[in-house]
Design a protein around this ligand. Structure first.
Ligand SMILES: Cc1cc2nc3c(=O)[nH]c(=O)nc-3n(C[C@H](O)[C@H](O)[C@H](O)COP(=O)(O)O)c2cc1C
Length: 187
C-alpha cells in the first residue's frame, strides 16, 4: 500500500515543502503503508488546456503515472485567497482514472490552518471520486511557525497527525478492495 505525501505549492519562498518533509519523516517508518514524498514543483506542469510540446507531454505523463502509482494521498494544503492554490487545481485537472476510488487525507497550513482551502478541496476531490478522511491537521502560521514562516509545529499536533495516519491507512486499504471489485464488474 503506497501513500504519497504531496505538496500543493511551488513558490520560491514556500513553506509547503518543509511541512511535507516533516510529515514524511514521521510517516516513513510506519508499518501499514509505504510513504513517499511527492513534490508538485518537480513536475513543472504546463497550464491545462494550452497546446503543449513533447517535453511538456512527458512532464504531464510523469505526473499522471506518479498519481496512478499511489493508492492513497496526504495533501499538504496551503490557503491562497481562501482556497487551495491555482497551481494545484491545474495539476488536478490533468487527472481522472489515475485518481478514481482512492482515499486522501488533508493537512493544512495558513492563518487558520487552511481550513477553508481544505473544505474547498474536499468538494473538488469528491467530484473526482477521491474519498477524503475526517481528521485534518491544521498548522497555524501564528502558532506553528516562527515569524509566520519557519515551520516549528506544536507538540499537540502529533496526536491529530497519528489519527490522520490511521484514518488514511484504513481507507486506503478499503478503497483498494473497492478498486478490485470495480475491475471485476467491468470485465
Ligand atoms: C497569493 C496568496 C494568497 C494567500 N491567501 C491566504 C488566505 O486566504 N488565507 C490564509 O490563511 N493565508 C493566505 N496566504 C498566506 C499563506 O497561508 C502563506 O503564505 C503560506 O506560507 C503559503 O504557502 P506556501 O509558503 O507553501 O506558498 C496567502 C498567500 C499567498 C501567496
Amino acid at each position: 500500500m503506497k501513500i504519497g505525501i504531496i505538496t500543493t505549492t511551488i513558490r520560491n519562498d514556500r513553506v509547503g515543502l518543509d511541512v511535507a518533509k516533516w510529515v514524511y519523516n514521521l510517516a516513513k517508518d510506519r508499518k501499514d503503508a509505504q510513504y513517499e514524498l511527492v513534490d508538485l514543483k518537480e513536475y513543472n506542469l504546463p497550464i491545462f488546456g494550452l497546446d503543449i510540446n513533447e517535453d511538456e507531454i512527458h512532464l504531464v505523463n510523469k505526473w499522471k503515472e506518479k498519481i496512478a502509482s499511489l493508492d492513497g494521498y496526504i495533501f499538504v494544503v496551503a490557503e491562497y485567497n481562501h482556497s487551495f492554490s491555482g497551481v494545484f487545481k491545474n495539476a488536478l485537472d490533468f487527472l481522472k482514472e489515475e485518481f478514481t476510488n482512492k482515499a486522501a487525507a488533508l493537512i493544512g497550513y495558513g492563518g487558520l490552518g487552511a481550513s477553508r482551502a481544505i473544505e474547498h478541496l474536499r468538494l473538488v476531490l469528491s467530484e473526482m471520486q477521491v474519498a477524503t478522511t475526517q481528521r485534518n491537521v491544521n498548522f497555524l502560521l501564528a502558532v506553528d511557525f516562527i515569524n509566520y514562516s519557519q515551520f516549528s509545529p506544536q507538540n499537540y499536533q502529533l496526536a491529530s497527525l497519528e489519527e490522520l495516519f490511521k484514518q488514511i491507512e484504513l481507507w486506503t486499504k478499503g478503497l483498494k478492495e473497492i478498486r478490485m471489485e470495480n475491475k471485476k464488474w467491468n470485465h
